[in-house]
Design a protein around this ligand. Structure first.
Ligand code: NAD
Length: 294
């Protein structure tokens, strides 16, 4: 029989209350999924617009279910009520786990993680939904790095089954066990992976984006590339995917990958995605990216 890993031997680490930092594309989706699966969650952002956006996205997903007859309006109200939107750390002393989902910037994440560590109890597990930044390097901001690991969801959170749980150098089995338990409570399929920039999925995905950038540099039309990749069987091509991810997040994540793998992922030209970014075209989130989203 397969030998159980350390964290698999841990007692049940079910989460009763959770919190998420950042109410953007990912934070809003994480709050929705947690609440929908019965785990009440506090959702913190730095501005009211962010919170409103996160809540309205959750509302849209729930309304769809109600309209299709898959959920009662009462249940919808109950789910929405179990998302607690906050602008401060009020109530963070009674959560079992925190998922940090603020912008993809190591400096911002360091300061947010150090800040939230002071607001939670000693055994609260802190996690980051970073796409690419090494968990061991983020843990440097913390006094209790053993309580910290990666919890990497995929977009859109409600639809994507995978969650990467990333073990940093100092991560304890307890932290992994609780994060795996939370992912399962959310109906997800967690996989525990080792730490490096990009973890597993983005180690595969970013070279693909680089391949796309080189094709466009060499004169390919991005819409034609998208069409071909779709016809090949993928749900969308690379340019459209960038628009869904968020061009700003994509550019920041590509920077982390280039720094992490300078021999393989450093590009010596300005990519089409970088040009979009310079022109404030952030994708679906602000209505325009490679495509216009109306
Ligand atoms: P986003 O731009 O949609 O949202 C970021 C949110 O964080 C904004 O609402 C912003 O106001 C808020 N924020 C900024 N500083 C904050 C702070 N100090 N405290 C609380 N909130 C703060 O970004 P996103 O796409 O949701 O990405 C969030 C994280 O998830 C990033 O690390 C990103 O790499 C990762 N991620 C993104 C995707 C994706 O497809 N977009 C997929 C997986 C992981």
């Amino acid at each position: 029989a397969k030998k159980a890993k350390g964290w698999e031997k841990q007692a049940d680490r079910k989460v009763e209350r959770a919190a998420v930092l950042g109410a953007g594309i990912m934070g809003g989706g994480i709050a929705y999924q947690s609440a929908y699966k019965g785990v009440p969650i506090r959702m913190k952002d730095i501005n009211q617009e962010g919170l409103d956006l996160g809540l309205s996205e959750a509302g849209k997903l729930l309304s769809k279910r109600v309209n299709r007859g898959r959920m009662t309006p009462e249940k919808m109200a109950e789910v929405l009520n179990s998302i607690d939107p906050v602008l401060s750390y009020e109530g963070f002393d009674d959560v079992d786990i925190v998922v940090e989902a603020v912008v993809e910037n190591a400096k911002v994440k360091h300061s947010v993680l150090a800040e939230v560590e002071q607001k939670v109890t000693d055994d609260t597990v802190l996690t980051s939904n970073t796409s690419t930044i090494s968990i061991t390097s983020l843990a440097e901001a913390l006094k209790r790095p053993e309580n910290f690991c990666g919890m990497h969801f995929f977009n859109p959170v409600h639809a994507m089954p995978l969650v990467e749980v990333i073990r940093g150098d100092k991560t304890s089995d307890t932290a992994i066990a609780r994060t795996v338990a939370f992912a399962r409570q959310m109906g997800k399929k967690p996989v525990v992976v080792r730490d490096c920039p990009g973890f597993l999925v983005n180690r595969v995905l970013f070279p693909y984006f680089d391949g796309f950038s080189k094709l466009v540099r060499d004169g390919a039309d991005f819409q034609a590339v998208d069409k071909v990749m779709q016809r090949w069987g993928w749900p969308m091509g690379p340019a459209y995917l960038m628009d869904v991810v968020g061009i700003d997040t994509g550019v920041h994540a590509a920077g982390v990958m280039a720094e992490g793998f300078p021999d393989r992922m450093q590009l010596d030209f300005k990519t089409a995605t970088e040009v979009m970014y310079e022109n404030n075209r952030y994708g679906q989130k602000n209505g325009k990216g490679f495509y216009d989203h109306g």
